[in-house]
Design a protein around this ligand. Sequence first.
Ligand code: CMP
Length: 140
Amino acid sequence: MAVERTFSILKPDATARNITGAINAIIEKAGLRIVAQKRIRMSRAQAEKFYEIHKARPFYGELVDFMTSGPVVVQVLEGENAVAKYRDVMGATDPAKAADGTIRKVHAKSVGENSVHGSDSSDNAKIEIAQFFTDKDIVG
Ligand code: CMP
């Protein structure tokens, strides 16, 4: 598997608890390189567009409210097999089901306030990265 990129968000529950550095340490220890990173306030329009795929889900409104409730850190991660690797490092969406040592097992509060987002495929990673970064922002 070649070097690829994935998109990551450190969510408002992580910025609120000042644990973005602790999460980045787990990411880097796993061999993923943070090649772009910025702390932003997601607008409602950005969050609605980003999570459009979940629009029909009962938790969509709650999800958009949460993602706009405080600062987030958006990131591009690079490495061998980065999409699958980051999903392993994050652990299951529901922290109660996440494996030991994963970011969500260690840090997440609930299925909604689950500290991190990571792309689910390489194609979606490209789409998600383009929503927040230009090529110039990414320094590999
Ligand atoms: P994420 O990887 O950002 O993608 C979609 C998000 O929806 C997911 O992480 C969860 O934070 C959120 N989510 C999934 N299921 C639920 C749920 N039952 N209630 C609230 N939020 C949820």
